[in-house]
Design a protein around this ligand. Structure first.
Ligand code: DAH
Length: 353
């Protein structure tokens, strides 16, 4: 084969190799093998001196044009491969916007806190302020100052968690310490009467504790919202008007309220308030045990003894007080049949609210 034919065959061979290169690395291998330092085409240029004189001009021209042609083909193929690589990169990292999203589960405030907030808002709207008491209280604030005589059943070890006095002193003749977990938020009334300027319009939401075993209608720890008004000329009419308004605000305009005489040591007269049952509309059903009514709070006119013990003259001032169970309100508002469901942390239940 003549030198010229060899070069032509090299061109066609290299052209095929360039066309067949699948990626930039392969293409570079071809380039090095042809136009690199010890590449085949470079070899022809180097050996030009050995070419016969009469062929030299033709061969030289041919090698140069072969180099130009091959370099052009290499450049063209390089661009093509680069574009293809870019396309592949884009395709592999593309976001499929039609895929369904992965939903983040968002938590929210617990139903009990919601009810406390809702009730607080209602009372703030009436001009009340919020006072916070202590969960660890003394016997005086939880019972004595609330007119509960020493032998009142609510003071018994059965109902109250007493703290143990480790000082070695026998705290009192009953073997109980003076310090306890409050059984009711009513003690905040006494703190309010001692600490606040008159008139007083406060509510006190918070946790209370009782020695009860959890069942559908009892919990050893639950929440109450206490209320206290002390002002000149406060009557039972103010109590009824306020609580009727509040009940409708919590449960809905269509709900009726009734007051039944009851006994609490710190109020006289005392009542329990009921709202008409939301399930049967007052006709009687399982939820209201056939009565048409659901008990929601205790209330009454502050006993003059209680005012007096806190240094307020019952001849000048009068007041009313009330206490409602937050868990009970939550259950009655949302027809929850068992108080324990509020505390089990079952998302299927909690996310409804
Ligand atoms: N402290 C009472 C209880 O736990 C509820 C209560 C009743 C609070 C009457 C009051 C009230 O302020 O006037 O059962």
């Amino acid at each position: 084969m003549s030198l010229v034919d060899e070069i032509h065959s090299l061109i066609s061979d290299v052209s095929t190799k360039i066309a067949d290169s699948e990626n930039l690395d392969k293409l570079e291998e071809v380039r090095v093998a042809v136009t690199g330092k010890s590449g085949s085409l470079t070899g022809y240029l180097r050996n030009m001196g050995n070419v016969r004189k009469e062929e030299r001009a033709e061969v030289g021209k041919l090698v140069n044009s072969a180099r130009n042609e091959i370099e052009a083909k290499l450049a063209e193929k390089r661009e093509e491969l680069k574009a293809a690589e870019m396309q592949a990169k884009i395709a592999s990292s593309a976001v499929d916007v039609t895929l369904p999203g992965r939903c983040q589960h968002i938590g929210h405030q617990h139903l009990i806190s919601n009810i406390i907030d809702e009730c607080t808002d209602i009372f703030l709207g009436l001009g009340y302020t919020v006072k916070h008491g202590r969960e660890v209280e003394t016997d005086y604030y939880n019972f004595t100052a609330l007119n509960a005589p020493a032998d009142h059943p609510s003071r018994s070890m059965q109902d109250t968690f007493y703290c143990i006095d480790n000082s070695g002193d026998v705290a009192n003749v009953r073997g109980e310490s003076d310090v306890l977990l409050r059984t009711q938020t009513s003690g905040v009334q006494v703190h309010a009467m001692e600490d606040e300027e008159l008139p007083i319009y406060i509510i006190a939401p918070g946790k209370v504790y009782r020695r009860d075993v959890a069942d559908p209608s009892h919990l050893p720890q639950f929440h109450q919202i206490e209320g206290l008004v002390v002002d000149k000329g406060i009557t039972f009419g103010d109590l009824k008007g306020t609580l009727e308004y509040v009940c409708k605000a919590i449960f809905g305009e269509e709900r009726e309220t009734r007051f039944r005489a009851h006994y609490f040591p710190f109020t006289e007269p005392s009542c329990e308030a009921d709202v008409s049952c939301g399930i049967c509309g007052g006709k009687g059903c399982r939820m209201c045990k056939g009565t048409g009514w659901l008990e929601i709070l205790g209330c009454g006119m502050v006993d003059p003894n209680v005012l007096r013990m806190s240094g307020i003259d019952p001849e000048v001032y009068s007041g009313f007080a009330f206490g409602m169970g937050v868990e009970r309100i939550a259950c009655l508002k949302y027809n929850v049949p068992d108080l324990r469901m509020l505390l089990q942390g079952d998302e299927r239940f909690l996310k409804q609210f």
